[in-house]
Design a protein around this ligand. Structure first.
Ligand code: AMP
Ligand code: GLY
Length: 458
């Protein structure tokens, strides 16, 4: 595993910018392409204007450039079968369509957990034909009620009504097409009470490596209020996910999951993102995702100090056992700046101003400054900056772009979640202070970010 690689990364979010930064920092990376990428990923490699779901165009590009490895960021191309489409012709980091059902179908995931003894909330699934049984099942539960659209619903498919009447109405609406085909089957499960965290596992289908834990902040408002979002911030590591808790996670959840995939004959070379509830010290699975999280990747990848290209190759070629994963002991936080109105309606195309100060305070990459035009700067891998001098912590920040794009030589907003400012430090308060200091020097119309990320963990 020593030759240089030409790599294609699929996706365009903060997750992909963080992965791109890790790949680009590796001595094993020859050339990196990101399809479609954003204004930030342009500093890590070459953005290519191809949709993640246009498999034919991706195949042509791979052939034309001699791409030697594909890394898939988001779930949609995985669930649509991009790994099966390439059929082994090029190494890919990501599960087959069969494996991707762990995220693509909640009913499939629950049956998988039941089959392999993975602890999770009790459940049953219903369709329009079994609506009456679904209502009867709701009556047998205690509030609040957890209803999940079976298929992919852009993170909006879980509803947790407080009353039985609301739950029944919700079930009828979901089965009636509220989430389109994704809701033609609905999983109803027991409500789990506890604190959430996420565990990320890299696997080649046989062996696995547990990556750093993370906790994300899903609600838009401070104090965990308001609507659910894709994630407003994240912290890694998670203090309550201590050695004892992680031992239970590995024994009861990670190992049975990887073994289960193999026993079920599913080809799975990629990441498993396990959403967990810590129920009085006992880990229970809330959900599986078949990719890294966003914004969790923006705190997990910066803490990986071993070579990221080597890790991806080891996953894609079934040699993960040999990979020596190294993780920084530092704390990482990321704070996401969003467009005003998100997760509801919001406007785009506002210019993002990065003041000189934000550039000094961060390893800001791939943005064009107001004054000086394009700044050519390869992002510095966090791995190379393990500093133990806390006076330097403000230099340990990076601005990861999510919804951004170039408009001429300006960087403008192009999505709800616009950018994520990650900082590494000895302690969580220091890392938070560093990210907020950078954010004070970034502006765009109606910028909003939560000021209480990580506060519950201090
Ligand atoms: P998901 O879209 O599957 O990530 O679910 C969204 C959120 O719903 C999760 O992050 C949890 O906060 C919550 N949730 C899902 N399932 C349960 C459950 N069984 N008990 C309590 N909360 C849940
Ligand atoms: N931050 C949650 C997710 O990526 O699904």
């Amino acid at each position: 595993m020593s030759e240089l690689k030409k790599i294609l990364l699929l996706g365009s979010g903060g997750r992909e910018h963080a992965i791109a930064a890790g790949l680009a920092a590796s001595v094993r990376c020859d050339e990196l392409f990101i399809a479609p990428g954003n204004a930030g990923t342009a500093a890590c490699g070459t953005n290519v204007d191809i949709s993640v779901n246009d498999f034919a165009a991706i195949r042509d590009f791979v052939a034309e450039k001699g791409i030697e490895m594909i890394v898939v960021g988001p779930e949609e191309p995985l669930v649509r079968g991009i790994v099966d489409f390439f059929d082994g012709s090029v190494p890919i980091v990501g599960p087959s369509a069969a494996g991707a059902q762990l995220e693509g179908s909640k009913d499939f995931a629950k049956a998988f957990m039941a089959r392999h003894g993975v602890p999770t909330a009790g459940y049953r699934s219903f369709t329009a034909q079994t609506l009456a049984e679904g209502e009867a099942f709701l009556e047998s539960l205690t509030p609040p009620y957890v209803l999940k659209a079976d298929g992919l619903a852009a993170g909006k498919g879980v509803v947790i009504p407080e009353t039985l009447a609301e739950a029944k109405a919700e079930l009828r609406e979901m089965l009636g097409g509220k989430f389109g085909a994704a809701g033609s089957r609905v999983v109803i499960e027991e409500f789990l009470r506890g604190i959430e965290c996420s565990v990320f596992v890299a696997t080649d289908g046989v062996s696995y490596k547990i990556l750093p834990t993370a906790k994300d902040y899903k609600r838009v408002g401070e104090g965990d209020t308001g609507l659910n979002t894709g994630g407003m911030g994240a912290v890694s590591p998670v203090p309550f996910a201590d050695a004892e808790f992680m031992r239970k996670v590995e024994e009861r959840i990670v190992r049975p999951t990887v073994d289960g995939l193999r026993k079920d004959g599913m080809d799975y070379k990629g990441f498993v993102f396990i959403g967990l509830m810590n129920v009085e010290g006992e880990p229970m699975v809330i959900e599986y995702n078949v990719r890294m999280g966003d914004p969790e990747t923006e705190v997990v990848f910066p803490r990986i100090t071993s070579d990221v290209v080597e890790m991806m190759e080891a996953i894609a070629t079934g040699r993960l056992e040999e990979y020596d994963l190294q993780v920084s002991p530092l704390c990482a936080v990321t704070v996401v700046a969003v467009s005003g109105g998100y997760p509801g309606e919001y406007k785009k195309n506002y210019e993002i101003i990065f003041s000189q100060e934000s550039r000094v305070k961060s390893q800001e990459s791939g943005v064009r400054s107001q004054e000086s035009g394009y700044v050519e700067q390869k992002p510095v891998a966090f791995a190379t900056q393990k500093t133990h001098n806390s006076s330097l912590v403000t230099h340990n920040s990076t601005i990861f772009h999510s919804g951004t794009m170039f408009q001429g030589d300006r960087v403008v907003t192009a999505g709800g979640r616009v950018l994520a400012v990650t900082s590494l430090a000895q302690t969580l308060p220091e890392a938070l202070a560093a990210s907020y200091a950078v954010l004070e020097n970034i502006s765009f119309t109606d910028i909003y970010y939560r000021r209480d990320i990580g506060r519950d963990l201090i």
